[in-house]
Design a binder for this molecule. Structure first.
Ligand SMILES: Cc1cc2nc3c(=O)[nH]c(=O)nc-3n(C[C@H](O)[C@H](O)[C@H](O)COP(=O)(O)OP(=O)(O)OC[C@H]3O[C@@H](n4cnc5c(N)ncnc54)[C@H](O)[C@@H]3O)c2cc1C
Length: 437
């Protein structure tokens, strides 16, 4: 185990910092258990972080910060049973590569592949899916260290009175995850069809686009009428990956280098943003390619931003988007980043943003140094008016009183937490906000 003292920790976006009393890098489940026990002896709180890709202070602590870098191995791959077990700090890209080498794949995932398996699932990270849910919905089992230092496992077969329902999206509030087992499937290819579409056409075709595609999402540049649609559907092959030059041009140069430069320009000269939005929504021309699923789901994100994302009941999507558009017409906002829209089916995880309801996700971003207060506040009001649930890892202002009203199993989660962690060994300021203590 490696250790550091009083190091400061920052998240990816740079909007959250922590100054823990000590930082430790446990290299086994037993070392995690020892750290939790020692923290209790010293009267300190303890949190493990992932790669800091949350925009909320979910991972922060002023006590003991456990770095995930010593727990990154893949423990086992069982192709026959369709199960893979990875240590909590294993980055998603490593999991994907290992699965690929065994002819296996996750069913669905979000936009990037750099988070840790525990960090991604603890906040409910998701992509878009007509029938396939977020990453935590693919979990078959967990190993974790509880506040009393005990090491437990839970799974659908061995649910341990609610622990499995609660801990898959557990916000790190119930224990430190040390290993995550995912249900996986044989490797499959996705054909990606990406094309610009005008807002009016997209809205009129939205029901069809959502029902006809396994994974549909779109980016809407709100200071213009331009949208970029993405349809990903399973393909029997053969694979036709993007040529290297096209990948570099679109995903590295246009989506990151040029986009970063336009964001900087828009930040310095906001009146240029409408024109930049128009150019951005057309710069990436239509393209179709077929590749391994994880290569289609994820792409690099190098331009730093701040983000708020809400899950709303799916049936409200068109009306809510119309309200957001009307809001843009009333305001003089100039936002260089697109709004992203995705969907997932209902699941049964207590604190999943899709718990018990088919959901649509609307994500609002700003370039990292740009102000976000008014934009996020006014769009958040539209989301909360329809019972929206904030992504646990993305910026929001909701507290436990609000969240109790939008999560049917919120009380069950709090009761289990009271039982497992009465002294709030895993507590922090963010959990006091969202869980009430
Ligand atoms: C560029 C970018 C793209 C993104 N794309 C998407 C997307 O497509 N879809 C989506 O839903 N989200 C997305 N996110 C959000 C991101 O997936 C989540 O915030 C995720 O939680 C980050 O994982 P992490 O490994 O960085 O964890 P961190 O942010 O470091 O931690 C997240 C939480 O997990 C807890 N945690 C971490 N490890 C453990 C452990 N071992 N035991 C217990 N608790 C633990 C932490 O304490 C914290 O509460 C994106 C974020 C960024 C910056």
């Amino acid at each position: 185990m490696t250790s550091h003292n009083a190091a400061s920790w920052r998240n990816w976006a740079g909007n959250v910092a922590a100054r823990p009393v000590r930082v430790r890098t446990p290299a086994s489940t037993a070392e995690v258990a020892a750290e939790v026990t020692k923290a209790a002896t010293d009267g300190l709180a303890v949190r493990m972080t992932g790669t800091g890709h949350s925009f909320t202070p979910a991972a922060c602590t002023d006590g003991v910060l456990l770095n995930p870098g010593g727990l990154t191995a893949i423990r086992s791959v069982d192709a026959k049973a369709g199960l893979v077990t990875a240590e909590a700090g294993c980055p998603l890209y490593r999991l994907n590569e290992e699965l690929h080498s065994h002819g296996l794949s996750l069913t669905n995932m979000g936009d990037i592949g750099v988070q840790t398996v525990a960090g991604a699932t603890q906040t409910g990270t998701h992509g878009s899916g007509r029938a396939s849910g977020g990453m935590a919905a693919q979990i078959a089992g967990l190993e974790m260290v509880l506040a009393d230092g005990s090491i437990v496992t839970c799974s659908a077969d061995e649910p341990r009175s609610g622990l499995f329902d609660a801990a898959r999206v557990g916000l790190g509030a119930l224990g430190v995850l040390t290993a995550v087992t995912f249900r996986v499937e044989p490797l499959f290819l996705l054909t990606a069809r990406e094309e610009p579409m005008r807002w009016s056409e997209l809205i009129s075709r939205l029901p069809e686009l959502l029902s006809d595609n396994e994974h549909f999402d779109f980016l809407w540049f709100p200071s213009s009428e331009g949208c970029l649609t993405k349809r990903n559907n399973r393909s029997p092959g053969p694979a036709h990956p993007l040529p290297r030059w096209r990948y570099w041009l679109d995903d590295e140069f246009l989506s990151n280098s040029v986009f970063g430069a336009t964001c900087r320009l828009g930040h310095l000269a906001p009146p240029t943003i409408a024109a930049l939005n128009w150019v951005a929504s057309r710069a990436l021309s239509a393209r179709t390619y077929t590749d391994a699923a994880y290569k289609v789901f994820t792409s690099p994100r190098r331009v730093r931003f701040k983000e708020q994302e809400y899950a709303i009941p799916r049936e409200h999507l068109a009306d809510v988007l119309a309200e957001v558009r009307a809001l843009f017409h009333r305001r003089d906002w100039l936002i260089s980043f697109p709004i992203e829209v995705r969907v997932t089916p209902a699941d049964d995880l207590w604190l999943s943003t899709a718990s018990g309801r088919d959901s649509a996700y609307i994500a609002f971003h700003v370039y990292h140094p740009s102000p976000h207060d008014e934009y996020f506040r006014d769009t958040e009001a539209i989301m909360t008016a329809v019972g929206g649930r904030p992504h646990w890892g993305k910026m929001h202002t909701r507290d436990a009183d609000y969240l109790r009203g939008v999560y049917p199993s919120f009380g069950d989660f709090l009761a289990l937490r009271d039982k497992l962690d009465p002294d709030r060994r895993f507590g922090n300021a963010y959990l006091r906000q969202v869980l009430g203590s």
